[in-house]
Design a protein around this ligand. Structure first.
Ligand SMILES: [Zn+2]
Length: 226
């Protein structure tokens, strides 16, 4: 049993090293092909403030876990030389306390950040939820008619399929504000289903969060090389 645990840890470590290696190689290629351009990414932790998003099988608040993943992703992108703009970096929403429609106000504030930043890509972090608690798997969504959004989504989904225990087969068009509100390449990353008890537990593990975030940055780097 102990041997199995050690073996599992060794596999994760090996996987992390391979991923880091791929990322370094990819970034070296990206850097040498366009040395003067500093890539900019907007990382959007979904929900926040009065909006908790979905609630997990064991009670995890989506808004909390989104921020946890977004901050790890912020570290990774920063380490790879990106300029990172976060739509939120605390528990608060972006709406005005006086706004009548706080959800709308919050989403418009996120849109404004994207438009002011003029980023190379927007990555919005969410956790999925569904009535059927057996549903699971990471999946990326993009706006209908956005070729760049679709390509970015495909690159990240491909990495998910390579790396994660369970990922959906393909990315998908999603009718969401954050992907529809801008012409910059924008994707929603649903990292997994917190409505599935097993996947909720997995999503709360540091190792798994790192695997998800490595997949996202590797996919993003691959997208930039296209
Ligand atoms: Zn959400």
């Amino acid at each position: 049993m102990k041997f199995l645990v050690i073996k599992k840890k060794a596999i994760y470590l090996f996987l992390a090293i391979i991923l880091a290696f791929i990322c370094v190689i990819s970034f070296a290629v990206v850097s040498t092909t366009s040395p003067k351009h500093m890539y900019t990414v907007v990382i959007d932790a979904g929900h926040g403030g009065i909006d908790n998003g979905s609630i997990g099988y064991f009670g995890t608040l989506e808004s909390d876990i989104n921020l946890w993943y977004a901050k790890t992703l912020q570290d990774y992108f920063t380490q790879f030389g990106f300029k990172v703009v976060m739509t939120r970096d605390d528990d608060n929403g972006l709406y005005s306390p006086f706004a009548k429609n706080k959800k709308k106000d919050d989403m418009q504030a996120r849109q404004k950040i994207i438009e002011n930043t003029k980023p190379d890509m927007v990555i919005s972090i969410h956790m999925n939820s569904y009535n059927d608690t057996s549903s699971r798997g990471a999946q990326v969504f993009f706006a209908k008619d956005s070729q760049t959004g679709e390509l970015l989504a495909q690159c990240i989904q491909k990495q998910f399929k390579k790396t994660l225990i369970k990922a959906r087969d393909s990315c998908q068009v999603g009718d969401y504000y954050i992907v529809n509100c801008t012409s910059y390449p924008s994707v929603i990353v649903e990292c997994g289903f917190i409505s599935n008890p097993e996947e909720e537990e997995l999503l709360l593990k540091e190792d798994y969060k790192n695997q998800v975030c490595y997949s996202i940055i590797c996919g993003a780097l691959e997208y930039l090389m296209n």
